[in-house]
Design a protein around this ligand. Structure first.
Ligand code: ZN
Ligand code: ZN
Length: 332
C-alpha cells in the first residue's frame, strides 16, 4: 500500500509500505479522505511535535475492510469516522473524565500511523458509524468539528449574546455556525482573506469584517464573547482588548508553541473576564456526528480542494493559500 511517511520537519515522502494486519480489538480501515489540518502544517514546519517515521493525518474516515480478533462493534463494510485521540484510561486526568488532558495520550496521525495512507489500523474504540446520507467528505471533517464543539461547549454563550470570531479558516467557519446554533445574537467574523469572508457571509455570519478593530464600530458595542481561531499572538492579545467587561474569551486557535504574547497585567481583573482554552475533542465525536447529520452545520462548503497523496508534500511546503479553506487527500 501507498502512504506518506513523515521523517522530520520539511521531510517526508510517499512510499510503498508493508500491508497491515489488525491485532485484537483493532480493525483495518481503507481510507476514503483525510483532511490536512493546521496542526499538520505546524508539524511540517517544526512548530508542533509528532513522532518521526510515522504516517501523519488525523482527520479521516473510510471503510472497515478487515477486523481483528475479538472485535464486536464493527464489521467489514462499515463506513466509519475516526476519533484519532486515544487516551490511556489510567492516568489522573482520564480517571476524572478529562480524557483530552491525558498524560499518555496517543493520537493516530501524530504519535502512530494515521490517515495519509491507503489503509490504517484503528482500535475499535476510536470508530464511529457514519450515518446514511452523510458523505465521506463530510465525515472527514468530523474530527475538527468535534474539536470546535469542545470549544463552543466550554465558552459561555447566552441567548442573544454577540459573538466575535477571529479567523475564518475551517475552525472559525465551524465556530460561526455553532455560535448561531447556541443562540448567539449577532455573530461577527473577522478574516483578512476575501474568499473566506464571502464564505462566512454565506454560512450565516451577520457581520463580516477584515480588521478586528472595526468590530466595536460595526456592532455598536463590544462583543459579549470573543473566540480566537487563529492561534496568533497578536489576535490572542486582541481578543482580551475587544471583549466587553464581564465577557468571555476563548483562545481556541492552535498556534506556534514557541511564541508568546503579553497582556496588560490588570486586564482580567478590571474586565472580570472568563478565559477558556479548548484542547482536542473529549467525548464530542458523537456530538459532532449528530450535529453534522442534522445539516445545521454545513461542512461541504469548507472543502476547497481534493488532492492525490502525491501532491501532499508540495501542499505542506507551500501551506494553505488565500483560496484554500480545507484540502482533503482523496483516496477514492
Ligand atoms: Zn486537526
Ligand atoms: Zn490518561
Amino acid at each position: 500500500m501507498k502512504g506518506f511517511v513523515f521523517s522530520g520537519p520539511g521531510k517526508g515522502e510517499v512510499r510503498t509500505l508493508p500491508d497491515k494486519t489488525p491485532g485484537p480489538g483493532e480493525v483495518l480501515v481503507k481510507v476514503a479522505f483525510c483532511g490536512i489540518c493546521g496542526t499538520d502544517m505546524n508539524i511540517w514546519r517544526g512548530t508542533d511535535h509528532s513522532a518521526r517515521g510515522i504516517v501523519p493525518g488525523h482527520e479521516y474516515c473510510g471503510t472497515v475492510v478487515e477486523t481483528g480478533m475479538s472485535v464486536r462493534s464493527h464489521r467489514i463494510g462499515d463506513r466509519v469516522s475516526i476519533d484519532p485521540n486515544i487516551p490511556c484510561g489510567c492516568c489522573e486526568y482520564c480517571r476524572k473524565g478529562r480524557i483530552n488532558l491525558c498524560e499518555n495520550l496517543k493520537a493516530l496521525g501524530v504519535d502512530i500511523d494515521g490517515g495519509f495512507a491507503q489503509y490504517c489500523v484503528v482500535p475499535e474504540t476510536q470508530l464511529y458509524d457514519i450515518p446514511d446520507g452523510m458523505t465521506f467528505e463530510e465525515a472527514a471533517l468530523l474530527e475538527p468539528l468535534a474539536c470546535a464543539l469542545n470549544g463552543i461547549n466550554r465558552i459561555r454563550i447566552d441567548l442573544g449574546d454577540d459573538v466575535l470570531i477571529l479567523g475564518g479558516g475551517p475552525m472559525g467557519l465551524m465556530m460561526l455556525q455553532l455560535a448561531r446554533m447556541k443562540g448567539a445574537g449577532k455573530v461577527i467574523l473577522c478574516e483578512r482573506l476575501e474568499g473566506r469572508r464571502t464564505l462566512a457571509g454565506e454560512l450565516g455570519a451577520d457581520l463580516v469584517i477584515d480588521d478586528a478593530d472595526k468590530a466595536e464600530e460595526v456592532l455598536g458595542k463590544k462583543p459579549d464573547a470573543v473566540i480566537e481561531c487563529i492561534g496568533s499572538p497578536g489576535t490572542q492579545a486582541k481578543a482580551f482588548e475587544l471583549v466587553r467587561k464581564g465577557g468571555n474569551v476563548q483562545l481556541f486557535g492552535d498556534g506556534d508553541m514557541t511564541r508568546t504574547f503579553s497582556l496588560p497585567s490588570m486586564i482580567c481583573y478590571e474586565k472580570e473576564l472568563k478565559v477558556t482554552g479548548a484542547a482536542l475533542n473529549p467525548f464530542t465525536h458523537a456530538q459532532a456526528l449528530k450535529v453534522a447529520a442534522s445539516k445545521r452545520v454545513n461542512l461541504l462548503p469548507l472543502i476547497s480542494g481534493r488532492i492525490p497523496i502525491e501532491k501532499l508534500k508540495e501542499t505542506l511546503d507551500r501551506g494553505y493559500g488565500k483560496d484554500d479553506v480545507k484540502i482533503l487527500v482523496a483516496w477514492e
